[in-house]
Design a protein around this ligand. Sequence first.
Ligand code: AMP
Length: 550
Amino acid sequence: MLSTMQDVPLTVTRILHHGMTIHGKSQVTTWTGEPEPHRRTFAEIGTRATRLANALRDELGIDGDQRVATLMWNNAEHVEAYLAIPSMGAVLHTLNLRLPPEQLAWIVNHADDKVVIVNGSLLPLLVPLLPHLPSIEHVVVAGPGDRSALAGITPRVHEYEELIAGRSTTFDWPELDERQAAAMCYTSGTTGDPKGVVYSHRSIYLHSMQVNMTESMGLTDKDTTLVVVPQFHVNAWGLPHATFMSGVNMLMPDRFLQPAPLADMIERERPTHAAAVPTIWQGLLAEVTANPRDLTSMANVTIGGAACPPSLMEAYDKLGVRLCHAWGMTETSPLGTMAHPPAGLSDEEQWPYRVTQGRFPAGVEARLVGPGGEHLPWDGESAGELEVRGPWIAAAYYGGSDGEHLRPEDKFSEDGWLKTGDVGVISADGFLTLTDRAKDVIKSGGEWISSVELENALMAHPDVAEAAVVAVPDEKWGERPLATVVLKEGAAGVDYEALKAFLAESGIAKWQLPERWSVIPAVPKTSVGKFDKKVIRKQYAEGELDVTQL
Ligand code: AMP
């Protein structure tokens, strides 16, 4: 028997209309670096998004599922693009402005982008690439920045404000199939070519609802969220769509992502929530340790994208800021898990739950798969590769405009689950603890050593700012850990024996203790601020590190 319920498609268009009317007074505040930030209400954002849709259709010829790229910081105009482009039936393609230029060009060509909306301050990045981007027909420039580099370039150039000015505030929004492409985002492609994940209207809508649930970020129109995670990194973890759905105010840092302006914006605008990768929180901690600022408005912070060292959580607890650990991937929209402890526990009892990656929501099914393909129990001990499925999890990668979508065997199981490449355990009550990326795990004499566990233990040492541990070849054991450490400013020097003893005291088994050590000036980072361990492995292989063997 079929249901008697209406079959209304779940679309970004609906999020746009809802946000601009029901939550019309909520605001997007964009940091400008000037005495006053820029403020725009959701009603204004919605109207301007409608004007943008008219401009894209009438002036730039976007009339179907063409890709419209953005090369932008987090700001109000980027939110307008997030709403207008999918709602008119086109595909929003957010470009990662930290990628090497050749990778960026590859991605634009692969996605066959027709238009790029770019922030003026990013023109020095875009303009030299334009001769290599034959599909781009129009460049739309928004916000401050020198325009002189644009003289004489081939694609037509438009000023964002002039383009949308005076356009109609109504649009004949198409009836969309909820399974249609709404947005796309390429994975950072640490090995091989980047891979395009294409989100549907339905996946964005359902993911937004999940973000808004109290078991996830649980924000309301009384909140302001500081969206540090870039809009080009998995759609800023879904926040722009989720916040527009529930009227949450957004505080957008634009290009002011350094620790000092971030601390200023928190003190002045008093956001109640924020979202960013651990690197950002490490930097901010160093800043407020040197120049104290009041961060206490930010009672609740979502931290993810890389493992959060427990020592970082403790440090923020002392500042009155609670970091909540989350796990996800570009392929998972990204919300996979969040580490809210179960009810009824004391602070002390909550701690072991807070340092896990967290629990899965109903929309994400999970299983652990062992080396032989066997499904492992959720007993908190059996470690295997995490596989997931659900309505906002990728089933394939974009195959290019003429090709079929791609389902590589190492990424998707035969029965359609996503192979995450993350290794970990799940407890009987459903909390995930990741021990490593499959490719980062250290295989020593047939046993696995978790690089993340060693890093977390090292980063708890008072002299260590950051630590990255990688596998290096070893004649006897196959692989052994190499510990690279960044010392805190003012640390007296390094005593590797003492660090090794510190690891032993913090409970690391003797056979797992690294014998190779190196002090490095900074841990190399990927384009989204994660530890780039392949760079360290390469530096080691090429003899570029000053390694001490104990
Ligand atoms: P990306 O698609 O660039 O967001 O990268 C996704 C990958 O980041 C995951 O597969 C994990 O390896 C890693 N990751 C994300 N969140 C966490 C977390 N909370 N703890 C550990 N690793 C994480």
